[in-house]
Design a protein around this ligand. Sequence first.
Ligand code: ATP
Ligand code: MG
Length: 432
Amino acid sequence: MSYSIPKGVFDLFPTTGKVEDEWKLTHHWQHLYEEMRSLSKKYGFEEIVTPIFEKTELFARSIGQETDVVSKEMYTFQDKGKRSLTLRPEGTASVIRTLVERKLYNEMYCHKLFYLGPMFRYERPQAGRYRQFYQFGAEVIGLDSPEQDVELIDLLFTLFQNLGLHNLTVYINSIGNAQCRKNYREALVQFLTPQKNKLSEESQRRLEINPLRILDSKNKEDQKIIANAPTILDFLEEDSKLHFEAVQSLLRIFKIPFKVNTQLVRGLDYYNRTVFEIACGDLGAQDTVAAGGRYDSLVKTLGGPDLPAVGFALGIERLLQIMLAQKCSFKPRPVPLILLIPLGELAKEVCFKLLKQLRVHDISAEMDFSSKKLKHIMKYADKKGFPYISIIGEEELQNEQIKLKHMTTGKEQVILLDQLVLTLINQIQNGI
Ligand code: ATP
Ligand code: MG
């Protein structure tokens, strides 16, 4: 019996033999997590961690019954206590649930939170689309100013810049308030109904239950029809209009290039006013790497006070795939500085003490415990990429000396045993 990984999920590992698996390298993920954590901190965000599963009704209520996520994509199961639970398909609902449940809004008028972690959706697996995927998300609860929307877009844009990405487009739109959307929905249905037969099957179904979603249909025929549809911007009420204008002028001040895309509506029901997506031309069909928007009614819907909120979520797999396609630079794989190789029993004992001493002095080190032939140990050292090795034989020990070899230059030096820590500290200070 052999076991294999379930469909649509993936492992992260420290080495890979295949170029196409390079985005699964653990240290690439760590690199991104570090960038995301430090930039979030710079913008005043604090990390929140919520459970991987929640009561099913939380997602049904917040995301919306008619959305693809809730109607088709959720991993829902019954636990042994007959409760209906769901592996989280996104992060926002849980963040707001925590805020409301713990009444965090009583402490401060504004909360700026970010999260990192896996999400689960039962989708057709393909490049850039998985059943367990990871998101970096940020939410601001309590502020309705356009500056707040732009700060979030700027955080994303800055993150991408710091990572060395190019060829990105920021798309923005406003979907107004509930009344605007109701009026627009009527106009859209009126426009599409006479052409219903020409629409794709999926869009025909959506025409009944969620017509705004037809706007982001990828079907070519649908797109031709939609091109002439009325635009939501003509239906915005005064406040939403002003808000959207302010967002655009603030983006200009921050020199963030953007395009208004009136077909951008987003897949989850809780959005209002500003919605945005960042897409990359180098990603093929799944080209949206981050998306978000305002959701001013969600806190109230989930039983809290009437507090505005705005947020985004970014797909980490897609981000990594673009970075690799664009040959962005990554931090190197972290490798211990030195491998100690004892030859013989006495050397083993000395090495073991030395190993501890190195680590106490903050020098990353490993020791060979295998006692395999030197040839095999050297192969391990080479594969793992240790900058230094030290072969410690009984003969050298009698003179209290050891050999230190620099692996890339091949240069060898003989040093006193008790000088190893100091020598390595010096080497680190001089850039190895
Ligand atoms: P898409 O239109 O690509 O399905 P979405 O609108 O469902 O995206 P959101 O719910 O807004 O996506 O999630 C934000 C980001 O999370 C997406 O832009 C994408 O980068 C990523 N994402 C969403 N679903 C998946 C998935 N199944 N696999 C990998 N990444 C995903
Ligand atoms: Mg989706």
